[in-house]
Design a protein around this ligand. Structure first.
Ligand SMILES: Nc1ncnc2c1ncn2[C@@H]1O[C@H](COP(=O)(O)OP(=O)(O)O)[C@@H](O)[C@H]1O
Ligand SMILES: O=P(O)(O)OC[C@@H](CO)O[C@H]1O[C@H](CO)[C@@H](O)[C@H](O)[C@H]1O
Length: 501
């Protein structure tokens, strides 16, 4: 019990690899995912700890060090790895998190799979996370929990430690009560989240949906609302709201409802984009393209990311626009991050089938319409593709935020390139100068990609300048400062709750 900041996120904050018979801990490949940002919070703490899981055949004798100590650029922190059996991992993460929660979080009611869920296993895993956090937290410490996989941790932790400040951040969408309440365990989850001092979201809509859910399940009063700032308003986005709830009360206690969009390390990305070796790579790509235009799409293989519908739109584009044949190339990057899950294997197979059909129908020896990449790309290479692309085509059916769209914008220090973005991605409420499109509408998708390919240089420049202003304003440092301020506010609320108890 010594840490003043405990971060609880189901993944370990590094890549653990074996080298010459030794275990080596490496930074995650993508420098802009959440993990590097969360680790940077330990610089603001006296001592930090991180609670995650690690698979073990025998949890009593896991065969690895439970606690790993670090003292690096992020300060002094320990990582507590909870041993989970393969059966627990499959049940807690693959089945309950990805096959039951994930479709509901993204409003895919028809993909929701309830029957295989083993709810007692989900409870026991979340209890283990709560116990480990309680054991690590110093008196009055801040415990910052991330994402739906750990929805029950706040309630369990509050039982164990009434003194700690509990903050919960959702990286995914949060659906309205009509969708969320499909979950049979809705009340248990809602009451757990109501044990927090702060509940955080990317955008106002998710915060409003959360309030609708807890008010449908518990005696919750909404105490404060605020006007949404101009840079978070977007007429073209289905997710835009003009006001947002900022606090609720439950059982005489105030709970902050915080909206703060995750950003990216725009300065770092721009520094990679401006390197001479990046310019050389971009020149090679442009030479390879000749007079053709490059459309780039990047995302995990997941039905929420809309890869299938995007490829079908591309097929219709080539069918209807003979002038584009031989003059456009789509680089479709769809990496399968959720292995061993049939629902994702099916999507990967469908994407490969459609891409193959398009190449078969329209391709020639000299020209392949689709380059399908189904593997991880080194970040520096990804930056070169972002810089070389004429269009970034990011059209998820639902997406909590989407950092790929922001990375593309951060790379475009030439103030060129066009972003086509789904109005159902959280990022669309900030990136209103993108061509916003509805991926559920063929006409909207087909019109948007053609508009992007035909856009004149001056309009491209005007739009990109506005996009870059937003991405650099709401960057990862802004998010970190927001979170730091919120954690301080919550500390005062927790103290008030303890004195009035
Ligand atoms: N094939 C890939 N290779 C390397 N990095 C990738 C690849 N696909 C996505 N990424 C990285 O993964 C992250 C995806 O984040 P985001 O767009 O928010 O979606 P999600 O978190 O839902 O996967 C980005 O930082 C992006 O650079
Ligand atoms: O299965 P996971 O945990 O890899 O899913 C990735 C998910 C984490 O919840 O990504 C979300 O977080 C991103 C950063 O906040 C956000 O940009 C993205 O839209 C979410 O899917």
């Amino acid at each position: 019990m010594s840490s003043d900041l405990v971060i609880v996120y189901h993944r370990q904050p590094y890549e653990e690899v074996e080298e010459n018979g030794k275990t080596v801990f490496r930074e995650h490949q993508s420098p802009n995912g959440i993990v590097p940002t969360l680790k940077s919070f330990f610089r603001r703490a006296e001592k930090g700890s991180w609670i995650a899981w690690k698979q073990a055949e025998d949890t009593a004798n896991p065969g690895f060090e439970r606690i790993v100590e670090f003292d690096d650029k992020n300060g002094r922190y320990s990582v507590n790895r909870l041993p989970l059996t393969p059966e627990q991992v499959k049940s807690f993460y693959h089945v309950t998190s990805k096959e039951a929660f994930w479709p509901i979080l993204h409003s895919f009611k028809e993909k929701y799979n309830y029957d295989p869920v083993d709810w007692p296993v989900f409870r026991e895993v979340n209890w283990a996370f709560a116990e480990a956090a309680a054991a690590e937290a110093a008196e009055g410490a801040k415990v910052w929990i991330h994402d739906y996989n750990l929805w029950l941790v706040p309630g369990y932790l509050r039982q164990l430690r009434p003194d700690v400040v509990i903050s919960f951040y959702h990286h995914t969408p949060f659906p309205s009560a009509d969708m969320f309440n499909v979950l049979p365990w809705r009340k248990e989850i809602a009451l757990s989240l109501l044990a927090c001092d702060i509940v955080g979201f990317h955008i106002p809509r998710y915060a409003a949906n959360f309030v609708s859910v807890v008010r449908s399940l518990a005696d919750v009063d909404q105490t404060r609302r605020e006007t949404v700032p101009e840079m978070m308003l977007s007429e073209g986005s289905a997710l835009s709201d003009r006001s947002v709830p900022t606090a609720i009360t439950f059982e005489g206690r105030e709970i902050l409802v915080a909206t703060s969009p995750v950003g990216i390390d725009a300065d770092y990305i721009e520094s990679v984009a401006s390197r001479p070796e990046t310019a050389e790579r971009v020149e090679e790509l442009r030479k390879e393209l000749g007079t053709s235009k490059m459309v780039l799409s990047v995302g995990r293989t997941d039905y929420t990311k809309g890869g299938r519908d995007q490829l079908l739109s591309y097929e219709r584009l080539l069918e209807g626009s003979k002038d584009l044949r031989g003059q456009v190339r789509l680089m479709h990057v769809s990496v399968s991050a959720n292995r061993n899950m049939s629902v994702y294997e099916d999507i990967q197979n469908e994407i490969e089938q459609i891409a193959g059909r398009i190449n078969g129908r329209f391709g020639t020896f000299e020209w392949q319409p689709v380059a399908l990449i189904s593997r991880a790309i080194p970040f520096d290479d990804l930056v070169a593709y972002y810089k070389a692309a004429d269009v970034a085509w990011i059209t998820p059916m639902a997406d909590g935020m989407n950092l790929v769209a922001k990375e593309f914008v951060a790379c475009r220090d030439d103030n060129d390139g066009v972003l086509v973005l789904s109005e159902f991605a959280g990022a669309s409420v900030q990136l209103s100068s993108a061509i916003l499109t509805n991926p559920f509408s063929n006409r909207s998708m087909d019109t948007a990609i053609r508009q992007a390919l035909d856009m004149e240089p001056e309009e491209r420049r005007q739009r990109m300048e506005l996009l870059r202003d937003n991405v650099k304003t709401y960057d990862i440092r802004q998010w970190a400062d927001d979170q730091d301020l919120l954690l301080k506010k919550a500390t005062a609320i927790r103290k008030a709750a303890l004195t009035s108890a």
